[in-house]
Design a protein. Structure first.
Length: 215
């Protein structure tokens, strides 16, 4: 059984494959799904005002094209001055525009440079992702959520990048664990996954499968 993850980001696909590894289905990304079916996918709209609205738009768009179980996620990033506890000015809050506002999206390197410049100006920054998901199984069965259990743990942003980089996740290289001050990349296993909240997504899928008796 396959479920399509409505993203072309290989890093995000790998994360969800790890998170849902104990479920009896295969997570397939958009590029693999399109190639398998011999179709060309157009980019789904992301014009919502919240992560949940964007996740819903993407899931609905890809479901109409693929006609099979599909889910999409979206995130908003929120920042605080670590020393004072005050949120950064509103105009500097990324929210759903993590890769910049307007039509042009920042590349990994541009994104990294932007957030490093914020740390140089404000000092260490406390950050947190607010995540949302929309899953469409068929025309009768669907679920969506932006509950706090899907949000990741707070973490710190530094201005000194780690030598390790993962395409699609540039901010992981400047992310530090709040408790230890260590780079996530220097911690055991896939500790950086805590930024996203694996447990919340596992519970979301388990509850969905149980409700509709799919498992």
């Amino acid at each position: 059984m396959q479920i399509i993850y409505g993203t072309g980001n290989d890093g995000k696909i790998a994360y969800m494959q790890r998170a849902l590894r104990d479920f009896p289905f295969e997570i397939l990304g958009l590029k693999a799904a399109a190639k398998e079916r011999g179709i060309v996918l157009t980019e789904a709209p992301e014009t919502g005002a919240t992560p949940l609205e964007n996740a819903r738009q993407k899931a609905e768009s890809y479901f109409e094209i693929l006609g099979c179980p599909v889910f999409s996620c979206d995130s908003g990033l929120y920042l605080w001055n670590y020393a004072t506890g005050e949120p950064l000015p509103e105009e500097l809050q990324p929210g759903i525009h993590v890769r910049g506002r307007g039509e042009r999206r920042l590349s990994d390197e541009e994104l990294l440079s932007h957030y490093i410049s914020l740390v140089k100006e404000y000092g260490l920054i406390r950050a947190r992702y607010k995540n949302a998901i929309c899953l469409i199984w068929d025309r009768q069965r669907r679920a969506e959520s932006m509950d706090e259990e899907l949000w990741g743990d707070s973490f710190l942003l530094t201005d000194v990048p780690h030598k390790k980089r993962v395409p699609g996740f540039p901010l992981d290289s400047i992310s530090l664990d709040m408790d230890t001050g260590k780079y996530y990349y220097d911690m055991e296993g896939d500790s950086q996954d805590d930024i996203v909240s694996e447990e919340g997504f596992v519970r979301f899928f388990r509850d969905f499968m149980k409700k509709y008796r799919i498992l």
